[in-house]
Ligand binder design. Structure first.
Ligand SMILES: [Zn+2]
Length: 122
C-alpha cells in the first residue's frame, strides 16, 4: 500500500525546462511555472500542464508566432511587462506605507499640539 504522505511537486524530480519560455511563454517562479501572459501560476512542473494552459488560453492569440525571432521578441516583451508590473507593485506598496506614516505623524503632531495647548494649524 502506498504511503499516505503527500508528495511535493518537486519530489519526483521535475523542474522548470527553459524551452517552456519560448514554447509556451512560461517562466520559473516561486512554487511553480508562471504564465507570462495571464500571470497564472501552475502548481506542478509538468510539460503537459504548461502546454495545456497555453493551448487552452493563449494559442489563439500567440499561436501565430511561428518564427523563433518572433517568439523571442514576444518573450522579451512579456518578460519586460512582468518586470515593470513588479516594480509598480513595489511602488504602490511604498506609497501605501508613506500615506500611513503621514497619517501617523499627523496624529502624533495633533496630540502634541493638544497637550501643549497650542492652536492646531488649519
Ligand atoms: Zn496564461
Amino acid at each position: 500500500m502506498a504511503s499516505p504522505e503527500k508528495r511535493k511537486a518537486t519530489d519526483d524530480g521535475r523542474c522548470f525546462n527553459l524551452d517552456w519560455e519560448k514554447d509556451f511563454f512560461f517562466v520559473d517562479s516561486e512554487n511553480g511555472p508562471q504564465c507570462l501572459v495571464c500571470r497564472k501560476k501552475l502548481t506542478v512542473y509538468r510539460k503537459f500542464n504548461v502546454r495545456r494552459h497555453f493551448e487552452t488560453h493563449h494559442a489563439a492569440s500567440f499561436g501565430n508566432l511561428r518564427s523563433p525571432a518572433e517568439r523571442d521578441a514576444k518573450l522579451r516583451e512579456l518578460k519586460m511587462a512582468k518586470e515593470l508590473e513588479s516594480t509598480s507593485e513595489v511602488c504602490n506598496y511604498l506609497l501605501f506605507w508613506l500615506k500611513f506614516l503621514r497619517l501617523e505623524v499627523m496624529k502624533i503632531r495633533k496630540q502634541i499640539i493638544v497637550g501643549t495647548g497650542a492652536k492646531i494649524p488649519a
